[in-house]
Write a protein that binds this ligand. Structure first.
Ligand SMILES: Nc1ncnc2c1ncn2[C@@H]1O[C@H](COP(=O)(O)OP(=O)(O)OP(=O)(O)O)[C@@H](O)[C@H]1O
Ligand SMILES: [Mg+2]
Length: 452
C-alpha cells in the first residue's frame, strides 16, 4: 500500500471536510460521498483500503451500506462513525464485519489512531491473501504438466481428494514421477492452505532423530534432548505432513505412526500425555511396497491404513504425447533461465527421446533438457544434444580435443573448469553443475588454477 485510499461516507459537511483535510495531510488519497447511494457508486469504481462510514445517512443506514460491501465480497476495512445514542447499532455493525467504531463527537487525533490500526489490518489482510494466491499458483495444478488420460484422471483425483476430509493419502510411483509436486498440489488446493505443509524424508536420518522430528520430545527424553521440542505433527496442526519414502520407516516408528493414524493421538518421546492434532498425512514411496510387506520390513496393517486413498503416478513411458509437452515446457523454462534462444527440438532429436525408456522419469527428462539447452549451439535441439542413460553421469570430456603429444591431467582439469565458466558466462552455480561438482569444489579448483 503506497498511498492508502480512503472513502468517507458522511452527510455532515463539516465532518467530511475536516476528515479530508487531516487525511490529505497524511498524503492519503481521499474520496467522499454524502449519502449511501453515492458511496456505493464510488465503491464499485475504486478499491479502497479503508471506508469511514457514518451510521445515520439520509437515504439508508450505515448497516445497509456495510451489507452491500460485504455482499460484494470486498474485504475492505470499515470504520463506523456513530452518535453515542446509537452505540448498540454500531455493535451490530461490528457483528456484520465492521472493523471498529468511534462515537461522535470525536477528537481527530484519537480517530487517527484507529485509522492507522485499520490501515495496518488492511495491509496484513492483503499480504496474506497475496501470499496465499501466490502459493496456490506456485504449487497448484497448473504446474503439473500433462494431458494424457492417466494424468487427467490424476488431476481429477487431486481435486476430489483436496476438497475431501480424507485424513490419509498414499502416493505411489517410480522415482521422478512427480510425487512431491502432487503432495504440494493437494495441500495448496485444500482448505488447509492457510496452515503449514511440512515435509520429512524417512530415509537418511536415524530412527531416534526421525521419531523426535515427527513426534517431538520432552526435555531429557534422551541424551541430546536438552529442551522440550514440538514435532512436525504438532507444528503442522490444521495442515499437512508429507511423509516421503515411508517404505524406509523403521518398524518401531511404523507402529507409532499406525497408532497415530488410528487414534489421531500420540505422545512426544519421553512424554506421558496424549496429544491430539488435526493433520492430514500424505505418505509416499517409490519402492515396491508389496515386496517390502512380503519381506516383513513394512507392516501390512500400516499399509492398509495408509492406503485408504491410493494415488498412483504413472511412469513417464506410459504417458504418450505428454513426453513432447513436457519436453517443450522444460525447453522454454531453461531457455528463459539461461537466456538462450532455443526454440524447440528437431524430429530426430525427439525420436531419440521417444526411444528412451526414462527410468528416472520426469526428473531425468528435465535434467536431460537442462543440459541440452545449456550446451546446444543451435536454436533447435538435435539428437547429439542429449546424452541419455549412463551418459548422464559422465564428465563431458568431449569438449576437449586431446593433443597428440598428450596432456597433464591437471591441465585438462583446468581447461574444463575454464570452459565451464566460459560457457555459463561465469555463473558458478551453473558451471559447477556442468562439471558435476559442488560450488565449493568448483571454487577450490578456481583458486588452485588462479582463475579470477
Ligand atoms: N507432470 C510434471 N510437470 C512438470 N514438472 C514435473 C512433473 N512431474 C515431475 N516434474 C518435475 O520433475 C522433478 C521430479 O519430481 P518429484 O520430485 O515430484 O518426483 P518424485 O516422484 O517425488 O521423485 P522421488 O521418488 O525420487 O522422490 C521435479 O523437478 C518436478 O518439478
Ligand atoms: Mg520425492
Amino acid at each position: 500500500m503506497t498511498r492508502p485510499r480512503i472513502l468517507i461516507i458522511e452527510d455532515e459537511k463539516l465532518i467530511r471536510w475536516s476528515l479530508r483535510q487531516r487525511f490529505e495531510e497524511e498524503s492519503f488519497i481521499v474520496d467522499d460521498a454524502e449519502n449511501g447511494a453515492d458511496g456505493i457508486a464510488l465503491l464499485s469504481r475504486a478499491a479502497y483500503d479503508l471506508v469511514m462510514l457514518d451510521y445515520k445517512l439520509p437515504d439508508q443506514t450505515g448497516l445497509d451500506v456495510l451489507r452491500h460491501i460485504r455482499e460484494n465480497d470486498q474485504d475492505v476495512v470499515v470504520l463506523i462513525m456513530t452518535a453515542y445514542s446509537n452505540v448498540e447499532d454500531a455493535v451490530e455493525a461490528m457483528r456484520l464485519g465492521a472493523y471498529d467504531y468511534v462515537t461522535k463527537p470525536f477528537k481527530i487525533e484519537t480517530l487517527m489512531i484507529g485509522v492507522r490500526k485499520a490501515l495496518e489490518t488492511t495491509r496484513l489482510k492483503r499480504e496474506v491473501r497475496d501470499l496465499r494466491s501466490q502459493m496456490q499458483k506456485d504449487f497448484g495444478l497448473d504446474r503439473i504438466i500433462g494431458r494424457c488420460p492417466p494424468m487427467q484422471q490424476l488431476f481429477q483425483t487431486i481435486r476430489d481428494v483436496s476438497a475431501s476430509g480424507a485424513s490419509t493419502i498414499f502416493l505411489r510411483g517410480e522415482s521422478g514421477t512427480g510425487k512431491d509436486l502432487v503432495a504440494k498440489a493437494i495441500h495448496y488446493n485444500s482448505d488447509r492452505v492457510g496452515r503449514p505443509f511440512m515435509n520429512i524424508t524417512c530415509t537418511a536420518i536415524t530412527e531416534t532423530l526421525l521419531e523426535s522430528e515427527l513426534f517431538g520430545h520432552e526435555r531429557g527424553a534422551f541424551t541430546d534432548a536438552k529442551q522440550k521440542k514440538k514435532g512436525l505433527l504438532e507444528l503442522a496442526d490444521g495442515g499437512t505432513v508429507f511423509l516421503d519414502e515411508v517404505g524406509d520407516m523403521p518398524p518401531k516408528l511404523q507402529a507409532k505412526l499406525l497408532r497415530f493414524l488410528e487414534e489421531r493421538m500420540f505422545r512426544r518421546v519421553g512424554g506421558v500425555q496424549d496429544i491430539e492434532v488435526d493433520v492430514r498425512i500424505i505418505a509416499a514411496t517409490n519402492r515396491d511396497i508389496d515386496q517390502l510387506i512380503r519381506d516383513g520390513v513394512f507392516r501390512e496393517d500400516l499399509f492398509y491404513r495408509l492406503n485408504i486413498i491410493p494415488i498412483h503416478l504413472p511412469p513417464l513411458r506410459e504417458r504418450g504425447d505428454d513426453l513432447r509437452l513436457l519436453a517443450e515446457y522444460f525447453i522454454a523454462e531453461f531457455a528463459r533461465e539461461f537466456r538462450k534462444n532455443i526454440t524447440g527440438i528437431s524430429r530426430s532429436g525427439f525420436d531419440k527421446l521417444r526411444a528412451y525408456p526414462w527410468p528416472g522419469n520426469v526428473r531425468e527428462l528435465r535434467n536431460a533438457i537442462e543440459r541440452a539447452v545449456l550446451l546446444s549451439k543451435q536454436p533447435e535441439l538435435g539428437p547429439d544434444d542429449f546424452t541419455l542413460g549412463r551418459g548422464e553421469v559422465e564428465t563431458p570430456v568431449e569438449w576437449v580435443n586431446l593433443p597428440h603429444n598428450g596432456i597433464r591431467l591437471q591441465d585438462l582439469e583446468e581447461r574444463l573448469v575454464r570452459q565451464a565458466l566460459e560457457r555459463t558466462g561465469h555463473n558458478q552455480t551453473r558451471a559447477a553443475k556442468l562439471l558435476f561438482l559442488s560450488r565449493d569444489q568448483l571454487r577450490y579448483r578456481m583458486e588452485r588454477y588462479g582463475i579470477k
